[in-house]
Every structure is written in C-alpha cells, then in structure tokens.
Design a protein around this ligand. Structure first.
Ligand SMILES: *Cc1c(COP(=O)(O)O)cnc(C)c1O
Length: 377
C-alpha cells in the first residue's frame, strides 16, 4: 500500500528493515550511533558545532513545537503567529495553552505570508519577542519565505521559531544564515522519509542556555536537553528513546545522502506536477494556482457531485493500492495528496490512473468544483 499523504510517508525497505532489532539505548556502542545521527541532522540544517546543536525529543512534531515555544518564549511573553493555515493555528493553540500570549496575523488561504506585514505587526508592538512561522504549511501546500520574514524580525531585534516539519530534508534550510532563529524543528517521518516517533530541534546553544528553567515543563525543556547533552554526552537521551526509530532515521539519512537534498526536492516537485496535471486531465481542479503550489502536498477541490463523499473516495482508492487522508484542511471541500516519501514518477502515474478509476467506480463523471466553491477559492 502506498501512503499518498504528507506524512508519515511511504518508506524504503531499508528504512523499514532498520526497525527489526532489539536495542539497549544506554549502551555505549549505540550511544555512538545516536551521536552520529545528531551530528548528521545538525549538518543538514547548516548548523555550526558549538554555535548550534541538534536536540532530539521523543514524540511527534507537536511535542517539538510545544518544547520550542515553552523554552524560548517566557510565560506571558508574546509570539506573533502569521496564520498561514491549520499548522499555524495548532502552534497558536500550543502557545496559548502554555500561557504564552499569541498575536495573530491573518494570511489569506492562497497567499504567502507577507514579510512587510510581519514587520508592520512587530513595529506596532515592541513587546512581541518572537515570530513563529511555518515553512511549508501542510494544510494549504504553500511554502512561505522564512528567510525574508526572518530578516524582518532580525532587523527589529526579534527572534524566530521555525516549524520546518513538512520541509526539512527537501526544502533548503541554513540555520547559520538565520542568526535570529532560536529554533528550527522537524520530525523523522516527513521529508526525511524515516519512521514516526522522533522529533528534532536545531537550536542556537547560547540562546538555549540563556533560557534555562523557563519551560515550566521538565519533559519539554530544551535547555535541559541541551544541558544533558553537554554534561552526559550527545550519545544519550534523558528518558527512554525510540531507539528503533533512530536506527530507521540513520538508514533514511543514508538514502538522503546518496540522493542529495536538491535531488529530493526535484523528485517531490516532479511528483507534485504529475499529480497536478494528472488530476486536471481527470477534470478536477487543484485548489492553488500552479505558481504558488508547493512540492509537499496538493489539495484538489472536491467534485460537486451527489455521489461524492471524501470517505467514499478514500475507500475507492484503497483497492487501487493508495491511501489518502480522510479529512481536508482547506476552507472549501477538497481532498489532499501527499507528494513526499520514497515514491517517484511511476507511483505518481499509477496514482493518477487510480484516481480516475476510483471516480469512475463512484459514478462521478462531472468533476468540476461548484462555481460557488471556485469563487470562494
Ligand atoms: C506534520 C506537521 C506538524 C506536526 O505534526 P505531528 O502530527 O505532531 O507530527 C507540524 N507542523 C507541520 C507544518 C506539519 O506538517
């Protein structure tokens, strides 16, 4: 079965095989392997040893997001969140629940977050200490210009937190060129093509140490994770790690090394274009104009047809060998197709054929989105 979702993704057999072992996570030999994985992630993020560190945290991306906001934004501190979609909303909620003050900046569902608007919001309120931004907004499929937004924040003396969860491993990222960034976080199971269960946060070490004991949580305190690494060595976790997931990530990083990050991005872009043009040939309408469509996830307007239900479509695709999400994250009815994972041209072409067959079986011949829907779009 091929997962056509924006994470967790379809993985290569070598990545799956790395799970099949028992591991003593406190053993020195394994600790060495762990330290190497950390080092490789740091290098991939453009981190500089001594100035940056790649911290690992058990759990999915939300845990990393909460750890970042708790560690770097003090209680009562303000964080500006450009509301680019569902993932920005989730970040705003995590920050709010943690007792941090969220300042929302609205962004249209088909727009890139505007660096000038961020600058205006920051200038209007000097008490905002941070900007939290989503690099690839997985709900819309739009890639935002984190470098330009970061420059505006830096110019006004503010710090940034970057959600690179559905970007890291494919889209370019160089934390050494982002001196305003306190943290960039991501997970093992999206563009890195590993297994779920592990998140990573690349941090500025001096800033992290300066934020000690601010998190109001032991589990999610990145300053404590940094201190642990510095004092106990980088080959250990504070608490039981998902060691098999780390091993799968090591295998996934080998594959990324041999493919190269730019080639991976090019493969995802080609995947997206095959799907984009393929659904158009079936009479369907992608939600975004091609110029603003990112390479990670493609949303397609639901056909306006009495036979359409998203769950029915999901169920009709399964016998064809594909699983897609049974929810949509757009303001209008849609379905979404992930373009990432260990899949390429032939899987994409098969997916396009499968989509046509599933719609045929559902008796959906008129496949345009309704006029109202398209106008809202
Ligand atoms: C997947 C994702 C997350 C985290 O999701 P989890 O399910 O907690 O791993 C956060 N931000 C973005 C942009 C994502 O795509």
């Amino acid at each position: 079965m091929i997962l056509l979702i924006p994470g967790p993704v379809t993985t290569h057999p070598e990545v799956k095989a790395a799970l099949l072992q028992d591991i003593a996570p406190w053993d020195n030999d394994w600790g060495h392997r762990l330290a190497v994985v950390r080092q490789r992630l740091l290098a991939l993020a453009g981190g500089v040893s001594g100035r940056h560190a790649a911290l690992l945290l058990q759990g999915c991306g939300h845990f990393a997001a909460e750890a970042a906001v708790r560690t770097f934004v003090p209680r009562g501190g303000k964080v500006l969140v450009p509301i680019t979609g569902n993932y920005a909303e989730r970040f705003a909620r995590l920050a709010h629940e943690a007792g941090r003050t969220v300042v929302r900046l609205s962004v249209g569902p088909k727009e890139r977050a505007s660096p000038a608007a961020v600058a205006r919001a920051l200038a209007a309120d000097p008490t905002i200490g941070h900007v939290a931004m989503v690099y690839s907004e997985t709900s819309s499929g739009i890639v935002h210009d984190i470098a330009a937004i970061g420059r505006e924040a830096a110019a006004l003396g503010r710090r940034t937190l970057v959600d690179a969860v559905s970007a890291f491993g494919a889209l370019p990222l160089d934390i050494a060129a982002m001196p305003e960034a306190d943290a960039v976080f991501f997970t093992s199971n999206k563009c890195l093509e590993g297994m779920p269960g592990l998140s990573a946060i690349v941090v500025d070490t001096a800033r992290t140490a300066a934020c000690a004991a601010q998190a109001e949580s032991w589990s999610l305190d990145l300053a404590d994770i940094l201190r642990h690494g510095q004092t106990s060595g980088w080959g250990s976790f504070r608490f039981t790690p998902p060691a098999q997931v780390v091993e799968a990530l090591a295998a996934a990083l080998d594959r990324l090394d041999s493919e190269s990050r730019p080639a991976r991005l090019a493969r995802y872009e080609a995947n997206m274009r095959t799907l984009y043009h393929g659904v158009q040939r079936h009479g369907l309408t992608p939600c975004l104009p091609e110029a603003i469509q990112g390479p990670i996830v493609l949303n397609v307007h639901a056909p306006e047809h009495a036979n359409w239900t998203l769950q029915g479509f999901v169920d009709a695709l399964k016998p064809e060998g594909f699983v897609i999400s049974n929810f949509h994250n757009t303001p209008w009815p849609s379905f979404r197709l992930g373009c990432i994972g260990a899949i390429g041209k032939s899987e994409m072409e098969q997916a396009v054929t499968a989509i046509g067959r599933a719609l045929d079986r559902m008796g959906i011949v008129q496949r345009q989105a309704g006029t109202a829907q398209r106008q809202a779009a």
